[in-house]
Design a protein around this ligand. Structure first.
Ligand code: URA
Length: 431
């Protein structure tokens, strides 16, 4: 059988055999399967789905495309975290140093931007000098020395995910439960942690639009993880609105620095960061609370250590947001911000240059959207609601200004506050 047969098999909605999935991953990595054939297969998978067994097999083939880190020399609890991706989701950047400051080891492998959602690697690579591709030996040495690293897939760690992920990003083939679960878990398994917290986002700025879809993805992640002996905990959290004020790359780093320095930040961002960090600390068996770790300055120090260890120069990032060149979007009315459409904000940020439209395209690290007003905040007619930022001002068009203005809903009354985390699921929920 050939890739053409396998595309036909999935197009008819039939399951792919273990040997077919293995051959597909190997063929794509060694170049015998072309990008356009893989894209066709990925689209058939998005439309027809993968069952649990196919997802386990695909995950295994992606893990086996590289090495699995040996963390047996590390002492203390080891916990990993991942997000299914959101708009302005920068929680990992605070959670990893919070855990490291508490003595938890965090071997965190992240991805670049995917579809309309931002990628932790793009955010970190916007720090001048920051290196995300680390050798296996360097990852283990960094974990031993400072407790955490945030790195990319490499030629030796989940390389199949790197290649497939880059193609999915630009072919509209992200939102498949089987593809998302195998992509996330292949990275997590390659990185070797036993306990993994996954933030499964729900809403217009996420790949899972409804609570039912988020539940199904959580179940898939937990069941596939269990097949590899991993303990997975899924937190299902709100992504109907962007998270925090910054949507982009360097501006998201600036916002996370504000949070780690205990400056005033968006309350939804702070509450989700602390809640997920507390959950991860509990998974690691630690009783310390995230809020105390941040307040003591230890989380900021741990973040600075990670950046320094990976070659980044924080002093070249710490410009105040007000110093960045921008164009404002002003409010058409007086009232309260009752909704900001996350998908629209993501599209605007991508069009400004913060994300990719073609595989391998370079992004503008300074580009993005700054939401001067976020959920529930009062705003007066004519007052600034948001800013558009781009190194290349030609990208800032009146159409984007209008799209960003239209993303806001301003009402007379404040809307009801919603909990950021809607449910927490683990294997006991599926027994
Ligand atoms: N994060 C990943 O690493 N992969 C996906 O497919 C989605 C989110």
């Amino acid at each position: 059988m050939s890739i053409i047969d396998w595309i036909e098999t999935k197009k008819r909605g039939e399951a792919l055999s273990d040997s077919a999935l293995g051959a597909i991953v190997r063929g794509f990595i060694d170049g015998t399967i072309a990008d356009y054939q893989m894209s066709a297969l990925l689209m058939a998978i998005v439309l027809r789905g993968l069952d649990v067994n196919e997802t386990i097999t695909l995950t295994r083939a992606m893990v086996e495309s590289g090495d699995v880190l040996d963390l047996s020399t590390l002492s203390g609890p080891i916990v990993d975290k991942h997000s299914t991706g959101g708009v302005g989701d920068k929680v990992t950047l605070a959670l990893v140093p919070i855990l490291a400051a508490a003595g938890v080891k965090v071997p965190k492998m992240s991805g670049h931007g995917l579809g309309a959602t931002g990628g932790t690697l793009d955010k970190l690579e916007s720090i001048p000098g920051f290196v995300t591709e680390l050798s296996n030996e360097r990852i283990v040495a960094q974990l031993q020395a400072i407790g955490a690293c945030i790195c990319a897939q490499s030629d030796r760690l989940a390389p199949a995910d790197r290649a497939i992920y880059a193609l999915r990003d630009v072919t509209g083939t992200v939102d498949s439960i089987g593809l998302i679960a195998s992509s996330i878990l292949s990275k997590k398994i390659a990185c070797g942690a036993q306990n993994i917290l996954i933030d499964v986002k729900i809403g217009s700025g996420a790949f899972m639009r409804s609570p039912d879809d988020a539940f199904d993805l959580s179940q898939m992640l937990i069941e596939v993880g269990a097949a590899f002996g991993k303990r997975i905990v899924c937190a299902n959290s709100d992504m109907d609105q962007p998270l925090g004020r910054a949507v982009g790359n360097r501006i998201e780093i600036i916002e996370i620095l504000q949070l780690l320095r205990c400056e005033t930040v968006d309350k939804r961002l702070l509450s989700l960061t602390l809640a997920l960090s507390d959950e991860a600390l509990a998974v690691a068996g630690k009783s310390e609370r995230a809020a105390e770790i941040v307040a003591s300055g230890r989380a900021y120090a741990a973040f600075a250590r990670i950046v320094h260890a990976q070659g980044g120069d924080l002093s070249r990032v710490e410009a105040n947001v007000d110093q960045l060149p921008y164009i404002s979007v002003n409010s058409p009315a007086t009232g309260y911000v009752s909704h900001i459409d996350a998908a629209t904000v993501a599209d605007v940020a991508r069009a400004l240059g913060a994300g990719r439209m073609r595989k391998g395209a370079t992004i503008d690290p300074a580009a993005g959207v700054w939401l001067t007003k976020t959920m529930d905040e009062p705003v007066r007619k004519g007052e600034e609601m948001a800013r558009l930022l781009a190194a290349d001002s030609i990208r800032v068009t009146p159409a984007l200004q209008k799209a960003l203005a239209d993303a806001y809903t301003i009402t007379h009354n404040r809307s009801e506050e919603r909990d950021m985390i809607q449910t927490i699921l683990s294997s006991k929920d599926f027994q």
